[in-house]
Ligand binder design. Structure first.
Ligand code: SF4
Length: 451
């Protein structure tokens, strides 16, 4: 028996897919990437991105057309809006919430599929007892041997007006810290070099269980202590935090421990107060400015990344200019700029999408040019210096490998040595472009230099 699993959307869905794979493979299914070859076809869906939801509908219509010639079982899980769930129930054989993944073997058996036994080894018994957090106890089938995502939280209570996540994943639920620490310790023990703590709002970790659970700063501190005690070399990242919950304590803990990577992702979304209010972001530009000032003074070596939406409902030219000015002021190393598009299920879906597409496109290009300017300037300052990098794989450029610094700046260097993939190396930077740098391999190990 073979299965094929597609995951659409963000890293959270990739992480969910890694647990679903473990459950399916525990039933005796072998993985195939050829949908036509599979007996079990599944999707970890994303209702948040229209393109992803269109793809889910296209796949299931195709798969259902094969049912007249072969026996097939189909399922969908992941980030699914209530309205899509209703439609999916008429199209897929199984529709389940990701927290119900431990029950998947029973659901499949109810379809008369005879599967292997021994599920206790992949689905611990207690995972069936706790409906909200039990699925996290499933051991994931990690997609990489050196970088891993570790979910620490599910859901969101923030209700930004452009976002449907609170409706697809429900309220914030924090994963028990002892499980997170156990998973991180296992990864470190197995030589993982890059670990990313995942959640929709990582820095509100623990707030849903105040008094029973540690805070996000407390969690980072325990990971930092584990890193110190392990004698291993690895970097721990987290994404995405909310600016409102970014405390000085979190930044000080990052500064205190070498394994906590000096890279901060702080989504701005807009540089205009009226738009931030309409987005229900719960901070003003001045508060965001104060957080950036704190990051720059406590973590001067950190790189700063952000997310920005252009052309939000009602955004005037003057309001967009405020975002452009904010970008100049905050000097990001990386900005993920998106044109606003209304998300079914989100509050702003009912509001006019009144900035023409061409104008959104223009604003996106203006911000991309701003980013190119600031990041190139930063990258030029790296020339002539040695950086420790994690080698990720072959680069698009023939004969080159691609790597990242601790601050997640892309580094290319000429090498055909595939044994470096998944390892730390030292690269001397020789030239800089706007979103990457190039260099020469300078040996391992090497001093860690600030960016
Ligand atoms: S914080 Fe806002 S953008 Fe992020 S998941 Fe929650 S509602 Fe969506």
């Amino acid at each position: 028996m073979k299965y094929c699993l597609l995951h659409l959307g963000c890293q959270m869905n990739q992480s969910d897919a890694e647990r679903v794979r473990t459950v399916i493979e525990g039933l005796g299914y072998d993985r195939t990437d050829d949908e036509r070859d599979a007996d079990l076809l599944g999707i970890v869906a994303c209702s948040v991105r229209q393109r992803a939801i269109d793809k889910a509908y296209a796949r299931i219509r195709l798969w259902n057309s094969w049912k007249s010639v072969k026996s097939l079982l189909t399922f969908v899980t992941g980030c699914v809006l209530p309205a899509d769930r209703e439609k999916f129930l008429t199209l897929f054989d199984l529709v389940f919430d990701i927290t119900e993944a431990p029950q998947l073997p029973d659901m499949i058996r109810q379809y008369g599929v005879v599967t292997g036994v021994g599920m206790d080894t992949v689905i611990p018994r207690d995972s069936l007892q706790d409906a909200a957090t039990g699925y996290w106890r499933i051991r994931p089938s990690y997609s990489s041997g050196f970088e891993a995502y570790v979910p620490i939280q599910n859901g969101c209570d923030k209700f930004c007006t452009f976002c449907a996540v609170p409706y697809t994943r429900g309220p914030e639920v924090s994963r028990p810290s002892e499980e997170i620490l156990r998973e991180v310790a296992g990864l470190v023990e197995n030589g993982y070099k890059s670990i990313t703590l995942l959640g929709q709002n990582v820095n509100s970790y623990g707030l849903d269980r105040t008094g029973q659970e540690i805070s996000f700063a407390g969690l980072l501190r325990m990971i930092g202590e584990m890193g110190n005690a392990s004698g291993r070399d690895f970097w721990v990242y987290f994404t995405s935090p909310h600016p409102r919950d970014m405390t000085e304590e979190v930044i000080r803990v990052i500064a205190a421990y070498p394994c906590l990577a000096k890279q901060i992702h702080l989504p701005l979304q807009s540089g205009d107060d009226r738009i931030l209010i309409r987005m229900n972001r719960n901070y003003m530009v001045d508060q965001y400015r104060e957080t950036v000032r704190m990051v720059r003074s406590i973590l001067p070596q950190a790189t700063l990344f952000t997310d920005i939406i252009v052309g939000f409902s009602g955004e005037t030219e003057a309001e967009f200019e405020n975002t452009r000015n904010a970008m100049r002021e905050f000097q990001y190393n990386m900005a993920y700029v998106a044109m606003y598009s209304p998300r079914p299920g989100a509050a702003s879906f009912r509001w006019p999408d009144d900035v023409p597409h061409d104008e959104k496109n223009r604003r996106l290009h203006v911000l991309s040019a701003e980013l190119a300017g600031t990041s190139r300037e930063h990258n030029r300052s790296m020339i002539g210096r040695d950086y420790r990098v994690l080698v990720e794989g072959p680069d698009r450029k023939e004969g080159y490998l691609s790597a990242k610094t601790e601050g997640r700046i892309v580094v290319r260097f000429p090498s055909a040595d595939r044994s470096l993939v998944g390892q730390f190396a030292t690269v001397r930077i020789t030239s800089a472009a706007s979103l990457s740098v190039e260099g020469e391999l300078a040996g391992v190990p090497a001093p860690v230099l600030a960016e």
